[in-house]
Design a protein around this ligand. Structure first.
Ligand code: FAD
Length: 394
C-alpha cells in the first residue's frame, strides 16, 4: 500500500484547507448559526465550493465533475471537518449520492441528474431510510418477514404509488429524495427493499416536522409524509427488491461522513494540546504533568489508529471498484463507524478533563465539541450496533 498522497490529493486537500481558512471564519460561523433554521444554508459558500469543483467532487469526469475516488474524498472531507465547521456535513451526503448514482444508476438517470448537479449549485439530493418505528432495523437489516420498514410502494402501470412516513431526514429542503422503502409487504426486508427517486414537488409529499438538535444544523432536519405519492417507474434505482443490496453495497460511500468526524477530532486534539502547553498549574504547563500529557498522547494515538483504518477501508474500496465491482461488502465501513463513534467520545472526554472548568464555558470551543460528538453518535448506527452488524460478516 502506498502511504504518500498523489499530486491530485495534495492539491485538493490544499484547496479545501485554503477555502475554509479564507471563507469559514469563527465570526461567519457564529452569525450563520444565529440565523433562523430555515435561513442557515450558506448558499454563497456553496456557490463558491461549486465553482471550485468541491461540490461536484464525485460527479464522474465525463459529466464534468471531479470523479474523485473514495480515498481522495476521505482526505478532502477530513480537511473540511477540521477547518470548515458545518461545510463538510453539507457536501458529503451529495458526494455519497453522486457516487452512488455513478455506481448503480442507469444512463438516463445519470444524464438527467448529473447535468442538474453540474448546472445548478442549489440542487441537492438526500437519502432517507429511517422511520419512526424503524431506526436500526433497516440498517441491520432486521429480517423477520414483513417487519423492518413500513413505507411501501406498489406498482400502478408506469408508476409507483408511495405511502408511509420517514423521520430524521437530514435535508428536508432537498430537491430529490432517495427513498428506501418496501415493494413487497411479506418477504424479509433484505429481499423486499427498493430505492425510488422522489422529487420534492411530487403531489402528496410533505414535510411534517422540523427538528432542532443540541448542535444547530445548517440544513433542515425533519419528518416526511408520503401520501399516495406517484413517481414514474423509471425512478427506480437498480432492480425492484434489490434495494437492500444496493444500500449495504455502497455503505462505504459514507466514509467521507466519517472523514469529517476525523477532521473534527484532530481539531479537538490540536486545541487541547495547545491549551495544555500554555495553562500553568503546579508551577508548570499542565502538559508536563504526566497525567495530562499522556491524555494528549492518548488522543493522538487513537486518532492515528482510526485514520489508518478509515484510509485503508477507502483504499480497499477503490481497489474493488478498479477491479470492476459496483457494490462492496459493508464490513470495512461498519468497523470504521464503530471505531469513529468511540473515538469521538474518547477525544471529547479527554478534552473535557484537560480543559477543566473551562470545558463547558459557552464562549470556548470545547462545549461545542462535546455536543458535536454526541450529535454524531447515531450516524448509520451506534458503535455497538455496528459491531453487532459486523458479527454477521466475520
Ligand atoms: C441529527 C440526525 C440526522 C439524521 N439524518 C438522517 C438522514 O439523513 N437519513 C436517515 O435515513 N436517517 C437519519 N437519521 C436517523 C439515524 O440514522 C437514526 O437515528 C439511527 O439509525 C438510529 O435509529 P434510532 O434513533 O431509531 O435508534 P433505535 O433503532 O431505536 O436504537 C436504540 C438503541 O437500540 C440499539 N439497537 C437497535 N436495534 C438493535 C438490535 N437489533 N440489536 C441490538 N441493539 C439494537 C441501538 O444500538 C441503540 O443503542 C438522523 C438522526 C439524527 C439524530
Amino acid at each position: 500500500m502506498e502511504f504518500a498522497l498523489n499530486e491530485e490529493q495534495k492539491a485538493l486537500t490544499a484547496l479545501a484547507k485554503d477555502f475554509c481558512k479564507r471563507e469559514v471564519s469563527p465570526e461567519f460561523l457564529r452569525e450563520l448559526l444565529e440565523r433562523e433554521p430555515k435561513d442557515r444554508m450558506p448558499w454563497d459558500l456553496i456557490k463558491k465550493m461549486h465553482d471550485l469543483g468541491l461540490r461536484t467532487l464525485t460527479v464522474p469526469e465525463e459529466y464534468g465533475g471531479g470523479g474523485a475516488d473514495l480515498l481522495t474524498q476521505v482526505l478532502v472531507s477530513e480537511t473540511l471537518g477540521q477547518y470548515g465547521g458545518p461545510v463538510g456535513a453539507v457536501l458529503t451526503p451529495m458526494w455519497r449520492l453522486c457516487g452512488s448514482l455513478a455506481a448503480v444508476g442507469n444512463k438516463e438517470q445519470q444524464d438527467e441528474i448529473f447535468n442538474r448537479v453540474k448546472s445548478d449549485y442549489t440542487f441537492f439530493m438526500h437519502e432517507i431510510i429511517t422511520e419512526p418505528d424503524h431506526g436500526h432495523d433497516p440498517l441491520l437489516p432486521h429480517n423477520e418477514p414483513g417487519s423492518g420498514l413500513k413505507t411501501f410502494a406498489h406498482r400502478d402501470g408506469d408508476e409507483y404509488v408511495i405511502n408511509g412516513e420517514k423521520c430524521f431526514c437530514g435535508n428536508t429542503s432537498a430537491d430529490l429524495f432517495w427513498v428506501h422503502l418496501r415493494t413487497d409487504k411479506n418477504k424479509p426486508l433484505s429481499q423486499s427493499m427498493s430505492l425510488l427517486l422522489v422529487p420534492r414537488d411530487a403531489p402528496g409529499f410533505s414535510v411534517t416536522r422540523i427538528n432542532e438538535f443540541i448542535v444547530p444544523k445548517v440544513r433542515l432536519n425533519g419528518d416526511l409524509l408520503f401520501d399516495n405519492v406517484r413517481v414514474p417507474a423509471r425512478n427506480l434505482v437498480g432492480e425492484e427488491g434489490k434495494g437492500g443490496d444496493i444500500f449495504q453495497g455502497r455503505l462505504a460511500f459514507s466514509l467521507p461522513g466519517l472523514g469529517v468526524q476525523l477532521g473534527k477530532t484532530q481539531e479537538i486534539y490540536e486545541v487541547t494540546k495547545d491549551y495544555a502547553k500554555t495553562r500553568i498549574q503546579g508551577g508548570k504547563p499542565i502538559f508536563e504533568h504526566p497525567t495530562v500529557g499522556t491524555k494528549i498522547v492518548d488522543m493522538l494515538t487513537h486518532i492515528e489508529q482510526a485514520r489508518l483504518l478509515v484510509y485503508k477501508t477507502a483504499w480497499e474500496y477503490d481497489q474493488a471498484v478498479k477491479s470492476g465491482k459496483k457494490l462492496v461488502s459493508p464490513l470495512g465501513f461498519n468497523l470504521c463507524n464503530a471505531v469513529m463513534h468511540e473515538l469521538g467520545i474518547l477525544v471529547a472526554g479527554h478534552a473535557a478533563e484537560v480543559w477543566g472548568g473551562r470545558a463547558t464555558l459557552k464562549e470556548l470551543p470545547i462545549e461545542g465539541y462535546i455536543r458535536s460528538v454526541y450529535d454524531h453518535h447515531h450516524f448509520l448506527g451506534t458503535a455497538t450496533f455496528n459491531r453487532i452488524k459486523a458479527m454477521s460478516m466475520i
